[in-house]
Design a protein around this ligand. Sequence first.
Ligand SMILES: C[S@@+](CC[C@H](N)C(=O)[O-])C[C@H]1O[C@@H](n2cnc3c(N)ncnc32)[C@H](O)[C@@H]1O
Length: 302
Amino acid sequence: MNGKAPHIVQYQGSKRKLASQILQYMPKKFNRLIEPFSGMAAISIATAMEHRAKFYVINDLNRALVEILKEAIEDPSRLAKEYREVWKEQFLYGDNHVEHFYVVRDRFNKGQGTPADLLYLIARCVKGAVRYGENGKFNQSPDKRRHGTNPNTLEQNIYAISSLLKGKTSFFALDYHDIFEMARPGDLVYMDPPYQGVTNVRDNRYFSGVPFGEFAEAINVLNNKQVDYLISYDGVCGGKEYGEDLPESLGCKKILLNAGLSSQALLLGKKATTFESLYISKSLLPLFPAVPKQLSLTEARA
Ligand SMILES: C[S@@+](CC[C@H](N)C(=O)[O-])C[C@H]1O[C@@H](n2cnc3c(N)ncnc32)[C@H](O)[C@@H]1O
């Protein structure tokens, strides 16, 4: 990838930093890139920078998130203007600018918010770490020391993203199963589901978890249709493995990508490298005969 890919806002679990490693396992050219768990669509943006796909399908169960992306790509001037207005409002509160965050959060939770309101809420949270309560309401608090992405920076980034994806992207806010139905041979499906938790426990980071067994079974739909796919799914940090491996019967190959030093471990005064798993579908493997062997735990610990 030439140059750094633009992003709208820092979003938890974003694959922006890993994008160039993930793109190594994509075909050079393909028809559609389908992202069933798009988040802030870091992989669609990086793929469009390399002109690899003709079309893009962006989907996330979180409709409000998809609305941000849709407006950024289709009407960047409107999103930039609305974000600038909401961002500037906070200065009317003087030292009490944190209060403004709660005003915007209330309006968003009452269903009266705009895509710019949610964008502002994400931009003001620590590391874009959105949190949802039992009732599906946004309940994260603001980072008190920051004002959120400067509107000039945001404007530049969304214009750059719009020029990459406008006119070739469709948007959905469906469950991933429905998106799998749309996939056809010649497409590439890139999946980045929420981290594995205990089955059936709500994931408050994303207002919906994805049960492991159900996900593994759904992958068979893509195998049966001979659709190429890549899956980011948990990983290893400090030699400790997170999450269960996808079943071997799916025929994918798992490799570990180096995601750098773990910031959580650093906070505890430890140095530990995080490795994130990437599963490559069987159909893609002939393209990459030199796919590295899966790193053993000992190698990952080193
Ligand atoms: C790890 S994040 C994706 C981050 C993304 N790769 C990026 O770079 O920004 C996982 C996303 O899956 C979405 N999600 C959770 N359950 C889903 C479901 N059943 N169907 C579709 N999307 C879902 C969440 O809203 C969340 O945005």
